[in-house]
Design a protein. Structure first.
Ligand SMILES: [Zn+2]
Ligand SMILES: [Zn+2]
Length: 265
């Protein structure tokens, strides 16, 4: 099984489980590696209610240490963060990058301006929105994140479809410019299985996006976005099939922000 690098901890306030349980789950799934990438702190604080605080970073490092101690050579434990791409965030990302010996940083777009559009709290705001306008803004923001070159992995590419608000017609008009930006950046994307359990009932990204990304030479990881031990490696067999159908043969491994590939089973 590939590595599972997009996983959370209770420090983000909407995940649960002890590090030992996550490690056991990763071992049971036969993962190559288990990576921890909780929602990064964001300044100015308090920023929102779904991430660790800056003052909790030492507790996060302890959590990673506990996972490593429990793994005890049985599986590599990688250290990462899921960072938010926000206007003007570059110096904060550089600051976070300097605070630990990270194996990788994930960049994600959860915010369009002040709106964390994937938060179920704001479903009413979706109901009042022009879906095409939101999609246009989302993909422009995503391409800017890719252009920044600050992240090893770009998270859940089409998260904007989470609540099944999808414009009509051929979606390649959104995908093509952003796939070009990702390919030029040299970043890796993830095939995130959590979307299968959301209203959109599809992985992030869709197969159409994945095919374009593969053709453009964009490397891939497969991630569960797990917020509980039992979600580690969830739907990985299905994800491998879909990745292969899109043309992928390999997934990526990260150590100290350097990557290498491994062939999918
Ligand atoms: Zn989360
Ligand atoms: Zn996310």
């Amino acid at each position: 099984m590939p590595a599972d690098y997009h996983t959370h901890t209770p420090l983000c306030r909407h995940a649960h489980g002890e590090p030992e349980k996550f490690v056991e789950s990763a071992l049971a799934a036969g993962l190559t590696e288990y990576g921890i990438s909780d929602h990064a702190p964001q300044i100015p604080e308090p920023f929102d209610d779904w991430r660790m605080a800056v003052a909790e970073l030492p507790a996060y490092f302890d959590w990673i240490k506990r996972a490593r101690k429990h793994a005890a050579g049985r599986i590599p434990i990688r250290a990462g963060l899921e960072c938010d791409w926000l206007a003007g965030c570059e110096s904060w990302i550089a600051d976070l990058a300097s605070r630990y010996e990270w194996d990788y940083l994930i960049g994600s777009v959860h915010y369009l301006g002040d709106w964390d559009f994937d938060n179920p709290k704001w479903l009413g705001r979706w109901a009042q929105s022009d879906v095409e306008a939101v999609w246009t803004r989302y993909w422009e923001t995503y391409a800017q994140m890719a252009d920044s070159g600050l992240f090893d992995i770009l998270g859940h590419p089409d998260l904007v479809k989470k609540f099944a608000h999808i414009p009509p017609g051929d979606l390649n008009r959104y995908y093509e410019p952003v796939v070009d930006a990702i390919a030029a950046s040299g970043s890796v994307i993830e095939l995130n299985t959590a979307g299968w359990h959301k209203p959109c009932a599809d992985a992030y990204p869709s197969s159409g996006f994945l095919e374009l990304a593969c053709s453009a030479g964009v490397p891939l990881v497969i991630s569960s976005d797990s917020h509980a031990p039992e979600e580690i490696a969830r739907d990985f067999a299905k994800a491998i099939q879909i990745a292969k159908a899109a043309g992928y043969r390999e997934t990526q491994l990260f150590e100290k922000r350097a990557r290498r590939s491994e062939v999918m089973p």
